[in-house]
Structures are given as structure tokens and as C-alpha cells.
Design a protein around this ligand. Structure first.
Ligand SMILES: Nc1ccn([C@@H]2O[C@H](COP(=O)(O)O)[C@@H](O)[C@H]2O)c(=O)n1
Ligand SMILES: C[C@@]1(CO)OP(=O)(O)OP(=O)(O)OC[C@H]1O
Length: 158
């Protein structure tokens, strides 16, 4: 069996009064992530990790942020498309491990629901999806709650 590793990163601005979709969960918060799609930074990082592992470029290459088809789209749909792109090349996903860097709100209570959404959209087993979070200890743009960052790594196999 051949295995490959992938890495993904994404960042989005937080804006007052904007919806905050993270891992497919609509978080109740005074501000939310802004982007062309639903700006789900966690799912975007996972998409880029998967595409990177398969050497299939990146999320913006396949789903341009100037294309009206993707305006406001659920990133879980883009994730499913990424998994399909990998499947076309014979790849299945081994596991995904992700890290969200966010000052507030607390992510821990929402992790089970996020994993459910990601698993349902992608077909990746729940036990192969790990989601973690950290604050930035009040420092920088994350600390000032101006933005949210996510990192993800994955293994793929065929
Ligand atoms: N948005 C966040 C940030 C952190 N957590 C959880 O809190 C723990 C402590 O965070 P520190 O940044 O103070 O080290 C962290 O390990 C996470 O379990 C969270 O749920 N949501
Ligand atoms: C997801 C896409 C497509 O709508 O747009 P955004 O929501 O702005 O997100 P980004 O992280 O900039 O990734 C690029 C695009 O693929």
C-alpha cells in the first residue's frame, strides 16, 4: 500500500453580526467568518490537506472565489467534491487531524457535531477525524478576534 501525507491551512476574517460556520456547525457568536463561500475555515484546511496529499493543487484552484457557483456554498459540499477528486485517482482517506486557532467561542462542546458533519459529507470514519482547538493567548489578530485560523494534516492511501 502507498500512503501520502497532506497539509492544509486557511484563515478568514471575523466580522460582527456575520454567521459563523465551523465544521458545518452554525456557532452562536457575536461575529463570524467572512468569505466567498460559507467561509468554513476548518473544512477548507481539511480540503487543502486532502488535495495536497494527492498533489491535486488547492481549493481555490478547483473552486475559484470569483465563481458565482460557489458564492455562499456550504464548504461540506466542496469537501465531498475533494474526496471525489481523490477517489478518481484511487485514493482513500486514512485519517485527518485538524487544529482551530480561535479566541472565542469555545469549540470543545461542538467537536462531536463537527465530526458528524465532516464524516457524513466526506465518508471519512468518525474515528479517523480529529478536531482540536487553541486560543492564541490574546495575542495578534486571532487574539483580537479579528480572524480565525485552521490547520489540518491527513494521510491518504491506495
Ligand atoms: N476556541 C477554543 C480555544 C480553546 N479551546 C479549548 O481550551 C483549551 C485551552 O486553550 P488554550 O488556548 O488556553 O490553551 C484547548 O486545549 C481546547 O481544549 C476551545 O475549546 N475552543
Ligand atoms: C472556498 C472558496 C470558494 O468559494 O472561497 P472562500 O470562501 O473565500 O475561501 P478561501 O479559503 O479563500 O478558499 C477559496 C475558494 O475555494
Amino acid at each position: 500500500m502507498r500512503i501520502k501525507v497532506g497539509f492544509g491551512f486557511d484563515v478568514h476574517q471575523l466580522k460582527e453580526g456575520h454567521p459563523f460556520i465551523l465544521g458545518g456547525v452554525n456557532l452562536e457568536h457575536h461575529s463570524g467568518a467572512f468569505g466567498h463561500s460559507d467561509a468554513d475555515v476548518l473544512v477548507h484546511a481539511i480540503c487543502d490537506a486532502l488535495l495536497g496529499a494527492a498533489n491535486l493543487r488547492d481549493i481555490g484552484y478547483h473552486f475559484s472565489n470569483t465563481d458565482e457557483r460557489w458564492k455562499g456554498i456550504s464548504s461540506l459540499i466542496l469537501l465531498k467534491e475533494c474526496v471525489n477528486l481523490l477517489a478518481e485517482k484511487g485514493w482513500t482517506v486514512g485519517n485527518v487531524d485538524a487544529m482551530i486557532c480561535l479566541e472565542a467561542p469555545k469549540i470543545n462542546p461542538h467537536v462531536p457535531a463537527m465530526k458528524e458533519h465532516i464524516s457524513t459529507a466526506s465518508g471519512i470514519s468518525l474515528e479517523d477525524i480529529s478536531i482540536k482547538a487553541t486560543t492564541n493567548e490574546t495575542m495578534g489578530f486571532i487574539g483580537r478576534e479579528e480572524g480565525v485560523v485552521a490547520y489540518a494534516v491527513c494521510l491518504i492511501e491506495r
